[in-house]
Design a protein around this ligand. Sequence first.
Ligand code: HEC
Length: 156
Amino acid sequence: MSRAGALVTASVVLVVTALGCGDDGGDEPVFPADYAATYQEVRDCRGSADHDLGQIRVLADPAALGPYQARDVPFPLGAVVLKVEYDFGDPDCTGEITQWTVMKREDGGDAAALGWRWQRVDRQRRVVTENEPRCFGCHLNCGVPPDGYLGTCAVP
Ligand code: HEC
């Protein structure tokens, strides 16, 4: 191989290696940026004493919608429940979103995480925390009907 060829090969290897390390904090949010097009509101705007006293709305993706509302079947793998959070001084949830907290049904994860993957995502869509123990620690205690259902925490 020519020297130029070797250099090109080495650069390609470097680029591929750099792109490949997605697990070290570079995770993507588990919900799409255009979630509003397909997710439906299951709890309307209200205050949340448990989520840092902010105002919140809860949305479900098409897979989570039925089980979240009817509580008759388990959530299928991949189902997403999204909490959209607003400033506590925003009574109608019409102002800027402050952050999202989200849970996605995943298999093979940490059993202690109740079968969900948990994320806190800032308004720039950066994943701030992933599987924080305080998320599922608290959701565990509301996982008994009537308040909780399979890791979710509120009667819709
Ligand atoms: C101190 C307890 C507590 C902690 C800590 C907590 N939650 Fe919750 N969470 C609740 C309660 C209670 C509700 C339902 C009532 C409400 O919305 O405030 C809820 C609701 C939710 C919902 C809406 C679905 C539902 O009905 O359960 C999501 C999504 C969620 N939490 C994700 C998270 C994530 C992600 C974290 C960690 C970053 C977290 N929660 C930390 C108590 C908690």
